[in-house]
Design a protein around this ligand. Structure first.
Ligand SMILES: O=C(CO)[C@@H](O)[C@H](O)COP(=O)(O)O
Length: 223
């Protein structure tokens, strides 16, 4: 974790990095600028959160797919059709998904423009989807700092919630991952695994990596 991620985007981009993950705790005030810069340097942005940080803090940064799924299933189930009904449902779903949009100038203008034929709603949703800033969330399963710490199983609630709400999001876990903990992370929905000690301290690192990979693949098949 670094406290000034903005300073590292340019050098890492120049060095050839394909992705750049920053901590939300260090970027609360400038994450939009950071994401734009990361993208402009050809890297994929990701956001990380420490064990004590609630996942609600990163909702403004993740995909709008929950909103899309929610809106269209509600629309089908309750046969909503009038402009007014569509607007109410749209605003409610946006509020549930991400209250940030209702308080930001940007969000309000989008909702006002969403004057409610289904086509326009769909267009707005696509616009919002366009703003989808990050495609990867890193859930820290230890306090950032050093390798060899104990995996925190209680972080799996965050992984489960994210996976339920964002089926196609890359969810990474980092800290204390190895043969004895991988099944917890994989079954909760993590699909990117960072492992230090368990791999580098093993007599056969390749075997450990295969085992970690297999656990993730098996969980994906079962879900
Ligand atoms: O950087 C960090 C923690 O700050 C992690 O990436 C750990 O280094 C992972 O190591 P293990 O927990 O797998 O040993």
């Amino acid at each position: 974790m670094v406290s000034n991620p903005l300073d590292y985007v340019e050098p890492l981009g120049k060095a050839g990095a394909s992705g750049f993950t920053f901590h939300i705790e260090a970027s609360k005030d400038n994450w939009k600028e950071l994401v734009q810069l990361i993208k402009s340097k050809g890297m994929t942005p990701g956001v990380s959160l420490k064990p004590g940080t609630p996942i609600e803090d990163l909702y403004p940064l993740v995909s709008f797919s929950l909103f899309l799924v929610g809106f269209f299933s509600f629309e089908r189930t309750y046969s909503i059709s009038s402009d007014f009904e569509v607007c109410v449902v749209l605003i409610a779903l946006i509020y549930v998904h991400n209250p940030f949009y209702l308080t930001s100038q940007n969000g309000i203008s989008k909702i006002l423009f969403c004057k409610a034929s289904h086509m326009i709603c769909f267009f707005c949703a696509l616009q919002l989807e366009d703003e989808n800033p990050v495609e990867l969330v890193l859930v820290m399963t230890v306090e950032p700092g050093f390798g060899g710490q104990k995996f925190m199983p209680e972080m799996m609630d965050k992984v489960r919630t994210l996976r339920k709400n964002y089926p196609s999001l890359d969810i990474e876990v980092d800290g204390g991952l190895g043969p004895s903990t991988i099944d917890m992370a994989a079954s909760a929905g993590a699909n990117c695994i960072v492992a230090g000690s368990s791999v580098f301290g093993a007599s056969d690192p390749a075997q450990v990596i295969s085992l970690l990979r297999k656990s993730v693949e098996d969980s994906q098949k079962n879900n």
